[in-house]
Design a protein around this ligand. Structure first.
Ligand SMILES: Nc1ncnc2c1ncn2[C@@H]1O[C@H](COP(=O)(O)OP(=O)(O)OP(=O)(O)O)[C@@H](O)[C@H]1O
Ligand SMILES: [Mg+2]
Length: 154
């Protein structure tokens, strides 16, 4: 587990750029945190770090936004407004999650059951005692337990 503290949107953006520099095709990162914590700011840094120059905002009504012009494809999901995980099937999420690009999922806690066996969880939290622009960013490599193993031994 890695904890990074940032004190401005620019610092969070730079962290995104650094994460992008280390990213490999096929990786998936979830972004969790309350409204306005900086998920999109971090995503914009990641996009920039992959060499994507165009504007990157949250894909409000489309769930996924695809960017092909960077070092690798970039799939930006924002599932905040999703009603049911079936909507993810309808857009063919597996082609992205198990594809050759970098996938970012904002509000991933809403689609927990379809997340892959391994992914990187990035959690962003405020702490008003440390200032308005303070953010604590916790990065965790998640490996889901194997269900069959749990049934046999759990
Ligand atoms: N350290 C910081 N890191 C990131 N953003 C910060 C920081 N300090 C202040 N901010 C501000 O917080 C806001 C974060 O907005 P952003 O859209 O990235 O949040 P979000 O988590 O994507 O929210 P939503 O869930 O509504 O999409 C921006 O206005 C940004 O300027
Ligand atoms: Mg956002």
């Amino acid at each position: 587990m890695q904890i990074i503290e940032t004190f401005s949107p620019e610092e969070t953006f730079r962290l995104g750029q650094e994460l992008a520099a280390k990213a490999h095709p096929g990786e998936l990162c979830t972004l969790v945190g309350d409204l306005g914590t900086g998920k999109t700011v971090l995503t914009q840094g990641i996009a920039k770090g992959l060499g994507i120059e165009g504007p990157v905002s949250s894909p409000t009504f489309t769930i996924v936004q695809v960017y092909e012009e960077g070092r690798m494809p970039f799939y930006h999901f924002d599932v905040y407004r999703i009603g049911d995980v079936e909507e993810m099937d309808e857009i063919g999420y597996e082609d992205y999650f198990y594809g050759q690009g970098l996938t970012i999922v904002e509000w991933a806690d809403l689609i927990q059951e379809i997340l892959p066996g391994r992914y990187r969880e990035i959690k962003i939290e405020k702490d008003m005692e440390k200032g308005f622009d303070y953010r604590k960013i916790t990065i965790n490599e998640v490996t889901k337990p194997v269900p069959e193993w749990n049934e046999r031994h759990g």
